[in-house]
Design a protein around this ligand. Structure first.
Ligand SMILES: Nc1ncnc2c1ncn2[C@@H]1O[C@H](COP(=O)(O)OP(=O)(O)OP(=O)(O)O)[C@@H](O)[C@H]1O
Ligand SMILES: [Mg+2]
Length: 497
């Protein structure tokens, strides 16, 4: 008997039973299906027309299926079957430098993605035994964040603010700052305008950070199922690096749009609406998602996944449903304020309500020493400024404090896409604390700032090197750095001498 005949004879040629369901009704990317009693939650469903969807809601006699493809060709009565599998995405280094949709299909015309594996989008978060405390810093290169609200690897920090207050820019700048670090960045755009995504990608490309990035895009016109799954897909892609002992950063832009999509799907599948018409499980959905960010224990490879979810507020209202949910899920929030933004204080971080609950401990020692009393001083200054606005005579001591505060505010202003090195951050804070900027005009502070990196590199090279390597500053280094800064102040004050 030849091998071929043996194969034919052993092939299961008998009839096979298969459950086939039927589309009962279909609207806005959600199909209600009957006749599939064995389908499990999140199971991938395959329509006869070739489209896919997944089971989001299970009821005794029907299934709410969220479509991952356009619903145009589907209609009531169409046949559908369960696949026994869940939604999966490709993972691995092949995704770096690519723009993909939430199922990992290329959107950049650079050919197919070479995947190391294909993993489910819904995965369990690491358990408590597998986790380690957050101990290593994330250098965002944004002075106000690194000094006052330092982030650690494995932390979840919410970026929240009104429309157009620089939320995306802050996140993109953090990614740009990682271009020479060992962090891999995943930027997930959910329901964002194509032009905004284009701008973000352009910034990443121009500043040389794109090769270490994966951009996952689900535009506002894509089926709600794709938008819903995007943050989870991005998490799976990022987790792959975390689980291989590497470090990853995921930005989810933004979870307010994601919550709106979740609400839309819930209303279409007739789940009961709760506060602000969101279904009761929206908290659970976001908690489940963000719990997957973690710093892993050495036994699990010591990798980390840091999450920067973004949320939008209206008229600065942090106590709306979704922002409060996210604030309570994350390890802190960076609040961007529309008034500060209009006044030109960019990044418009509101220091009175922003907080980082775990990252402070991870701050580089040099920066921690320099910035120790900064937050309190700045808060005092802001209050004092309000009082002194009404005029009257001001004591010289108060006047000195006001000057110091104004200089600090000036240095906390930072143009977009210009991440700072750790040594420059330390130096700038030192310069403010030591009063080296007090006698400079605002324009001169700008000049000082621009000339500083070069001055540090030229006169205190050993400081620059030591500092970036270990994040500490010895007494001698500090003295050398201060001397360099003093010389620079003098040069800026009287450029002709
Ligand atoms: N530090 C900065 N310096 C100068 N311009 C900035 C800075 N941060 C943001 N901007 C500018 O402000 C505008 C709004 O920024 P961005 O798109 O990041 O805000 P957003 O809060 O993400 O907006 P949306 O709500 O539309 O998503 C952009 O044109 C951006 O270039
Ligand atoms: Mg944005």
């Amino acid at each position: 008997m030849t091998e071929a005949t043996a194969r034919v004879q052993s092939a299961p040629l008998g009839p096979t039973a298969e459950h086939r369901g039927r589309v009962e009704d279909i609207a806005d990317g959600v199909a209600m299906i009957s006749g599939l009693p064995d389908v499990r939650l999140d199971e991938l469903l395959h329509f006869d027309g070739g489209q896919f969807g997944f089971a989001q809601v299970l009821e005794p006699d029907r299934i709410g299926c969220v479509l991952l493809d356009a619903a145009r060709a589907l209609q009531a009565g169409d046949a559908v079957r369960g696949t026994g599998d869940v939604v999966r995405v490709p993972v691995g280094r092949g995704l770096l430098g690519r723009i993909v949709d939430p199922l990992g299909r290329p959107l950049d015309g650079k050919g197919p993605v070479v995947a190391a594996a294909s993993l489910p989008v819904e995965r369990d978060a690491p358990g408590i035994i597998d986790r380690e405390l957050v101990t290593d810093p994330v250098q965002t290169g944004v002075l106000v964040v690194d000094t006052l609200f330092a982030l650690g690897r494995g932390q979840r920090e919410l970026i929240v603010g009104d429309p157009a207050t620089g939320k995306t820019t802050l996140a993109i700048d953090t990614i740009i700052a990682q271009k020479d670090s060992d962090m891999i960045c995943i930027y997930v755009a959910v329901g964002q305008k194509t032009s905004a995504v284009r701008r973000a990608v352009d910034a990443l490309e121009t500043h040389g950070a794109f090769d270490r990035c994966v951009v996952v895009v689900a535009g506002p016109a894509t089926p709600p199922g794709l938008q819903w799954i995007a943050p989870f897909a991005g998490m799976t892609m990022a987790e792959h690096f975390r689980d291989n002992g590497q470090h990853a950063l995921i930005v989810i832009d933004d979870l307010s749009k994601h919550a709106a999509t979740h609400r839309e799907i819930a209303l279409l599948t007739r789940q009961s609406p709760g506060r602000e018409a969101y279904p009761g499980d929206v908290f659970y959905v976001h908690a489940r998602l963000l719990e997957r960010a973690a710093k892993l224990s050495a036994a699990r490879g010591g990798g980390s996944l840091t999450a920067l979810p973004i949320a939008q507020t209206e008229a600065g209202n942090l106590s709306a449903y979704i922002p409060t949910n996210l604030i309570s899920i994350t390890d802190g929030q960076i609040v961007l304020d529309a008034r500060l933004f209009q006044e030109g204080q960019k990044p418009a971080v509101d220091v009175s309500v922003s907080v980082s609950r775990v990252g402070g401990k991870t701050q580089a020692p040099a920066l921690r020493d320099a910035a120790k009393s900064l937050r309190l001083d700045y808060a005092q200054f802001l209050e004092m400024e309000i009082f002194t606005r009404f005029g009257g005579t001001i004591e010289p001591r108060v006047q000195a404090q006001l000057t110091r505060g104004q200089r600090l505010r000036a240095v906390l202003r930072q143009p977009q896409h210009a991440p700072m090195r750790l040594i420059d951050e330390v130096a700038l804070v030192l310069a403010v604390q030591e009063g080296l900027l007090d006698s400079l005009t605002p324009e001169q502070v700008g000049t000082f700032r621009d000339a500083m990196p070069k001055a540090i590199d030229e006169t205190a090279i050993s400081v620059a090197r030591g500092n970036t390597a270990t994040g500490t500053l010895t007494k001698e280094d500090r003295a050398a750095l201060l001397a360099a800064l003093r010389t620079l102040t003098a040069a800026v004050e009287s450029p002709d001498v």
